[in-house]
Design a protein around this ligand. Structure first.
Ligand SMILES: Nc1nc2c(c(=O)[nH]1)N[C@H]1C(S)=C(S)[C@@H](COP(=O)(O)O)O[C@H]1N2
Ligand SMILES: [Mo]
Length: 376
C-alpha cells in the first residue's frame, strides 16, 4: 500500500491479532459463563427430568444468575473492543477467497448478530423488567445456541491465528510515531477498565458489598419491608381477592384435601429462615421469612414431603401466576408458605396473605398471593 495516503483509523496499533486474541480470550470466557449459567436457569424453569436442581445451598441460584447477568454485561465492552480491533478486515478484498474463508466470514456474521442480539435484549430485560414477556426467554434461549455454536466454529477456524496472537508480545515492533492513538497495551488496558467499570456498576444488584457503588443496581433495597417488588398487587389485579376475609388456602393431594384460613395457618408451627429472592434479571436480596413448611401442609392433607406441588396464585392469567415446586424442594423443611417478612405481616405487594419462598429458586417461581397447592 502506498504510504502517501493512509486512513488513520486503520493504522491504529489496536487493529492487530495480538489485541484481538487477548480480548477474544476474555470474551470467550464471558460467553461460556453466560451460556452455562443461562442453561442452568432455563432448565430450572423448564425441568426435563434429566436435570434435578437441588434446594441447597440456598444461595446457589443467586450466584449462577448473578454471574449470568454480570458476564453478559462484561461481554458488551469486550465485544465492541474486539470488533474495533478487527473492523478494517471488513474492507479487505476479495470478499471470499476459499470455501474455508467463506465459512469463516459467514460464522463471524452469524456470531456478531447473535451476540449483539443476546447482549442487548438481555440488557433490556434487566433494565425494563420483561418488556417482551413470554417471547423473550424463548428467543433468548434459542439464539444462545446459535451464538455458542458460532463461537465454537469461530474459535476452531481461528485457532492458528489465536495461537500466534497470544504468543506475540503486544509491545513488540510498536513504533508509536508511525501510528495514531493508543498503544496496544493502552487499548487493552482501556478495554479491561471499561469491562471492570461495567461489572462493578451492575454487580451491586446482587453483591451486597457493592450496593452503594453500583449506579445501575436500581432494584436493591427499594420496595416495602426493605425488599424490592417485582409486580405489585395492583398490577396483578389481586388486591380485592387478597384482602377478602373469606380467603382460604386449599391444599389438594391424591389422598385428601384441606382448607386453611389465615388464622389456622398462623396457628400451625412456624419456621423462620433467611432466604433470598433471586430474580432472573440478576438482582437478588436476602430477607427473613416466617411461615409454614410446605411439607407440613402436605402431611396435613394426606400426602408427604417430597411430592411435587403445583402452586396456584389468586392472580388470573399472569405468566407467573403458577409454578411447580419439585420434590427436592417440598422435602426441604425451609421451603415455606410464608406469612411474614422481616418480622412483619407480609405486605400485599410481597404476596399477602401468603407466598411461596423456597431455597435456591429463581424469583419467578416464588409465587405470590397463593390460593391453592396441588400435590401430585
Ligand atoms: N403471582 C405472582 N407471583 C410472582 C410474580 C408474579 O408476577 N405473579 N413475580 C415473580 C418474580 S419475577 C419475582 S422476582 C418475585 C419477586 O417477589 P417480590 O416482589 O416479593 O420481591 O415474585 C415472583 N412471584
Ligand atoms: Mo423475577
Amino acid at each position: 500500500m502506498s504510504t502517501s495516503f493512509r486512513f488513520r483509523g486503520f493504522s491504529s496499533l489496536a487493529h492487530d491479532e495480538r489485541v484481538t486474541a487477548r480480548i477474544g480470550r476474555w470474551l470467550g470466557i464471558a460467553f461460556t459463563v453466560c451460556f452455562v449459567t443461562g442453561l442452568i436457569s432455563h432448565f430450572i424453569q423448564h425441568p426435563t427430568g434429566l436435570f434435578a436442581w437441588p434446594s441447597r445451598p440456598v444461595n446457589l441460584y443467586r450466584v449462577t444468575q448473578g454471574l449470568h447477568v454480570i458476564s453478559g454485561i462484561a461481554a458488551i465492552p469486550l465485544l465492541l473492543a474486539k470488533l474495533w480491533s478487527v473492523y478494517p478486515k471488513l474492507f479487505s478484498r476479495p470478499l471470499v477467497r476459499s470455501p474455508l474463508h467463506a465459512l469463516e466470514r459467514g460464522s463471524i456474521l452469524v456470531l456478531s448478530a447473535a451476540a449483539f442480539f443476546q447482549l442487548f435484549t438481555g440488557l433490556f430485560n434487566v433494565a425494563q423488567n420483561y418488556p417482551w414477556n413470554f417471547y423473550f426467554p424463548a428467543v433468548h434461549y434459542a439464539v444462545a445456541w446459535v451464538a455458542m455454536g458460532s463461537v465454537l466454529v469461530h474459535v476452531a477456524v481461528k485457532l492458528p491465528v489465536i495461537r500466534t496472537g497470544l504468543r506475540k508480545d503486544p509491545d513488540a515492533a510498536a513504533k508509536p510515531d508511525d501510528h495514531f492513538g493508543l498503544s496496544r497495551r493502552g487499548f487493552l488496558r482501556t478495554t479491561w477498565l471499561t469491562a471492570g467499570v461495567a461489572v462493578v456498576a451492575t454487580a451491586g444488584a446482587t453483591v451486597p458489598l457493592l450496593r452503594n457503588v453500583s449506579g445501575l443496581s436500581w432494584r436493591s433495597g427499594k420496595g416495602s419491608q426493605g425488599v424490592p417488588v417485582n409486580k405489585t398487587a395492583a398490577s396483578a389485579g389481586v388486591i380485592d381477592a387478597a384482602r377478602d376475609p373469606r380467603w382460604a388456602l386449599e391444599v389438594v393431594t391424591p389422598s385428601g384435601s384441606r382448607t386453611f384460613t389465615l388464622a389456622q395457618l398462623a396457628a400451625l408451627p412456624q419456621t423462620t429462615a433467611d432466604l433470598p429472592i433471586a430474580c432472573v434479571e440478576g438482582w437478588s436480596q436476602s430477607a427473613t421469612w416466617t411461615g409454614v413448611p410446605v411439607g407440613d401442609l402436605l402431611r396435613a392433607a394426606g400426602s408427604a414431603p417430597g411430592a411435587e406441588v403445583r402452586v396456584i396464585s389468586l392472580e388470573r392469567g399472569g405468566l407467573y401466576a403458577t409454578s411447580t415446586l419439585p420434590g427436592e424442594h417440598t422435602a426441604d423443611p425451609i421451603s415455606l408458605l410464608a406469612l411474614r417478612l422481616n418480622g412483619e405481616e407480609l405486605d400485599i405487594d410481597h404476596g399477602y396473605p401468603c407466598r411461596i419462598i423456597a431455597p435456591n429458586r429463581p424469583g419467578v417461581l416464588q409465587t405470590k398471593w397463593v390460593q391453592r397447592l396441588e400435590a401430585r
